[in-house]
Write a protein that binds this ligand. Structure first.
Ligand SMILES: Cc1cc2nc3c(=O)[nH]c(=O)nc-3n(C[C@H](O)[C@H](O)[C@H](O)COP(=O)(O)OP(=O)(O)OC[C@H]3O[C@@H](n4cnc5c(N)ncnc54)[C@H](O)[C@@H]3O)c2cc1C
Length: 632
């Protein structure tokens, strides 16, 4: 428990003992490394995601700082994209397609790596690479991607048939070993510390029998899963749905299904992976759509197709999860959707990302020194926070950004703001007040994905679990990275080999509205040090797996905390937002009001769709570029 992982790091394939000094880097340090040719952010460990050095200028801008005396670099582009996430990279791609490959483009991003949320965690140990997604996980419900988004993936070389062929062979490895999903009951919440394997709705009674829950709670959970009772007799399906839209799942369990309050901690973390809040802030209706227990006896009619059946991502709780995903498995690359970011960068700047297939991009080493090379058609400038975007009287857009603590200015014929909606009103003052208000409506959901490189996973096998739900713990879920093989990259197949484990944390404040919970959670994440995260990680891994042999001091090789205070785009929720915003495509939704073009400045990013999904980010990029085309 006492060993500090910050003394262990992995640099370019060689395990090197270091002091904590190499961990979080400022943009000044990052720039020095770029010049020295040592710059390779995917291998950085410690605090990642919104890492130190990436957000301070933005917060200073919010708090009133201004950079009036910027150095004019005399660089002129056809397009400056603010934000190097999937939306910004896709906007650059679409712009070149629309206006020709000779178009000069500059992409700015405040992080030390490109991809936005779609980041890659790359560990090396004894000459072998171990990958994990640092943020954006997978391509969800890919057959529901729009023609634009699916077309882009195809043009980038993502071949779904080939992907499924390659991954099918190995994806059953944990099942082969008899590993299941487990639940960890912690003493503070459940009165006793116990890891119970085999958590599944199908065998719920057998599972519950092994838990430390009281008989009354076990009985109520089984009753909810079996779903035979109609808890809203005498109401039509439509009337029931109306009621469910305005009760939280928590209220439904306690006040409609009349379950014992002891069921709340059992179910509480269930929606966190999608909404970053617990069951107090998710409508019961969304619970029904997502197949949560308790609705089987209500006899609700399936949502008719004239309601909002599909929005990007195929979920949000507003459409039936099973129907959305039927026959349409997600695609997970070894570094998550960082693969898509890398493929986009390869398309924009082939020399920087060697190779030519979706398989070889997984192991390709990006040459960061080439990203911002003069003469490259699409340049990516990292560690650069845009602080002012303004249209000049002569028709150019001037973009000022802060890099290394200094302000620099470039010009372009147009700009796509593929950055977060919450930032746009601060960097683009000419936006009308009503539009600024709309942009500031949604609050991005905070969350943390932590990747831990373990020297082996024998304790998981001994405990009989590949993943664990831990509803009362700091990390409400943890598990072995997906087992797969793509090109030359293969995840560990044997339990005595190293593996990357992921833990997820969602800072929630039950009792507040969803947006308020996100604001409080964001501050909490920004105030939490790496050492505190590390303590929680070691403590939780020890409590869960020490009985089956895991020793954190011996077995943890490296830790990367991907902190996302501004994570998922806000999605509308019938508990706190007007119903039509959640169920229709009304143009009154703040996301739609907020994304109006401002002359030669257009707005992309997934917030513009109020949808935290890759296809939303791509669709919005396409729209933003088309708006520029129509305005030319
Ligand atoms: C942990 C996590 C997991 C996710 N998992 C999935 C998933 O499995 N599937 C899925 O489809 N989606 C997932 N998402 C949603 C994901 O956000 C979208 O899929 C998509 O990646 C968003 O792309 P974007 O370009 O719109 O935004 P971002 O990826 O956030 O990129 C915007 C970039 O702009 C930068 N920026 C902001 N302001 C400025 C400025 N002033 N100057 C310069 N740069 C600026 C930001 O720092 C950021 O790097 C996940 C998100 C998170 C946080």
């Amino acid at each position: 428990m006492d060993a500090s992982v910050s003394r262990r790091d992995f640099l370019n394939g060689v395990g090197v003992a270091l002091t904590g000094a190499l961990l979080p880097t400022s943009s000044v340090e990052a720039f020095a490394r770029l010049k020295a040719g040592e710059y390779y952010p995917p291998t950085r460990t410690g605090m990642r995601g919104s890492h130190p050095g990436s957000f301070e200028a933005a917060h200073a801008l919010r708090d009133g700082s201004r950079w009036e005396s910027a150095e004019d670099l005399s660089e002129r582009y056809d397009l400056v994209v603010v934000g190097g996430g999937l939306s910004g990279l896709a906007a650059a791609y679409f712009y070149r397609k629309r206006f020709g490959s000779g178009a000069k483009i500059l992409i700015l991003d405040n992080h030390d790596d490109f991809g936005g949320h779609a980041k890659r965690n790359e560990f090396w140990h004894e000459g072998r690479m171990y990958l994990m997604n640092g943020g954006t996980l997978n391509v969800e419900a890919p057959s529901q991607y729009s023609t634009v988004a699916a077309g882009l993936l195809w043009e980038l070389g993502v071949d779904r048939t080939r992907y499924y062929e390659a991954t099918r062979k190995v994806s059953g490895r944990y099942r082969e070993l008899g590993l299941s999903r487990g639940m960890f009951f912690d003493e503070d919440t459940f009165g006793e510390e116990r890891l119970v394997p085999g958590y599944s709705g199908k065998n719920i009674r057998a599972f519950l029998a092994k838990t430390p829950l009281s008989d009354r709670v076990k009985k109520d959970i089984a009753r909810l899963y079996e779903g035979r009772e109609d808890y809203l007799p005498g109401l039509s399906s439509e009337e029931k749905k109306k009621k469910l839209a305005h009760s939280s799942y928590r209220d439904y369990l306690l006040n409609v299904a009349r379950a014992d309050p002891g069921v709340v901690p059992f179910f509480n973390s269930r929606p966190m992976g999608l909404f970053c809040v617990g069951i107090d802030a998710v409508p019961a209706l969304y619970g029904w759509e997502m197949g949560y227990p308790g609705f089987g006896g209500l006899g609700l009619d399936p949502t008719p197709p004239d309601r909002l059946v599909h929005e990007p991502g195929g979920q949000h709780g507003r459409e039936n999860a099973e129907r959305a995903e039927a026959g349409d498995p997600d695609m997970y690359f070894p570094d998550g959707n960082a693969t898509i970011a890398r493929l986009l960068v390869r398309a924009l700047n082939p020399d920087a990302v060697p190779g030519d297939s979706m398989e070889d991009v997984v192991t390709s080493r990006v040459d960061y020194g080439l990203l911002d090379g003069a003469g490259r058609p699409a340049r990516i400038r990292l560690n650069a926070m845009a602080v002012k975007v303004e249209q000049e009287s002569r028709g150019d857009v001037a973009v000022t950004y802060v890099r290394e603590g200094r302000a620099e200015r470039v010009r372009a014929g147009a700009s796509v703001l593929a950055c977060w909606n919450g930032v746009i009103p601060y960097i683009c003052e000419e936006i009308p007040e009503a539009q600024k208000k709309a942009l500031l409506y949604g609050v991005k959901a905070p969350l943390v994905y932590t990747s831990v490189l373990l020297s082996n996973w024998k304790a998981f096998v001994k405990a009989g679990v590949a993943s664990v739900s831990a509803p009362g713990s700091y990390h409400t879920s943890l598990g072995l990275g997906p087992s797969l093989s793509l090109g030359d990259y293969h995840t560990s197949r044997e339990p005595d080999e190293p593996i990357v484990v992921r833990l997820s944390h969602y800072p929630c404040s039950p009792g507040l509205t969803r947006r308020e919970q996100h604001r409080v959670g964001r501050e909490e994440l920004l105030a939490t040090t790496f050492e505190t995260f590390e303590r929680h990680i070691r403590d939780q891994l020890a409590r869960t797996f020490a009985p089956s042999g895991l020793d954190p001091a011996r077995d943890i090789l490296a830790i990367t905390v991907n902190r996302w205070p501004h994570g998922y785009a806000y999605t509308y929720n019938t508990l706190f937002d007007p119903e039509p915003w959640a169920f229709t495509t009304t143009s009154e939704r703040p996301a739609i009001v907020g994304r109006e073009p401002i002359g030669r400045i257009t707005i992309a990013n997934s917030d513009a769709a109020a949808s935290p999904h890759t296809d939303a980010a791509i669709n919005e990029a396409y729209r933003a570029v088309e708006e520029l085309a129509q305005n030319t």
